[in-house]
Design a protein around this ligand. Structure first.
Ligand SMILES: O=C(CO)[C@H](O)[C@H](O)COP(=O)(O)O
Length: 215
């Protein structure tokens, strides 16, 4: 699968234009995109990063990491996903960076999602749905998730997000209406962000392969 990830990550470079500030996600597929971005670093103005991990990798290539507050809308955001349905709605957050990823996706005009073929599903939910929670609300949120969805929330123990919060992964969901589930979970006090990207799906999906497929 890492070859498919590399092919997807490198293909996404075609969406980068001269002088752009590029939004950059998190994960192993994005790692290939960052490395390719490093090869054209003189042609971009910098990057907005969704995680400390990606910031470090961007800086290692000499790419300046820019504060989202210092700029207007972003023309382009490139990120991976854990699942992608035919409407380009996503589950993200396997790397625990979902909140910043959601912020950058929202700020961007074009969201290009890069995946390997195994990430494509008909219905979202086989991958446990990550939810970032305020630590003191963990068990309250877990009970509310069970009541609202019937899914089984499991604490990703030991993982602390870049925002100092915790992750619950919801197992056993079959998400036939992602917009409704996203909205319902967002309303639980203590939830910081839900790893469902239904309200803001990807605009373009690149599926890594020889040749890459554009959806
Ligand atoms: O949402 C994410 C991080 O929070 C990643 O994009 C997602 O987990 C996919 O990762 P990978 O490219 O390593 O398969």
């Amino acid at each position: 699968m890492s070859e498919a990830k590399r092919l997807a990550g490198e293909k996404a470079i075609e969406y980068v234009e001269e002088g752009m500030i590029v939004g950059v996600g998190t994960g192993s597929t994005v790692g290939y995109f960052i490395d390719a971005l490093g090869r054209i670093r003189d042609r971009i103005a910098g990057a907005v990063s969704s995680s400390e991990q990606s910031s470090e990798r961007l800086r290692s290539h000499g790419i300046e990491v820019v504060d989202l507050n210092a700029i207007g809308p972003l023309p382009l955001y490139v990120d991976g996903a854990d699942e992608c349905d035919p409407q380009k709605r996503l589950i993200k957050g396997g790397g625990a960076a979902l909140t910043r990823e959601k912020i950058i996706a929202e700020a961007s005009t074009r969201f290009v999602c890069i995946i390997d073929p195994a990430k494509r599903v008909r219905v979202l939910g086989r991958f446990p749905l990550p939810v970032e929670v305020i630590p003191m609300a963990r068990s309250l949120v877990a009970r509310a998730i069970l009541a609202a969805t019937g899914g089984q929330p499991v604490w990703r123990e030991g993982v602390v997000t870049d925002n100092g919060n915790w992750i619950l992964d919801i197992h056993g969901l079959s998400i036939t209406d992602p917009m409704v589930v996203e909205r319902e979970l967002n309303q639980i006090p203590g939830v910081v962000a839900v790893g469902l990207f239904a309200r803001r799906p990807a605009d373009v999906v690149i599926v890594g392969g020889e040749p890459p497929q554009i959806l």
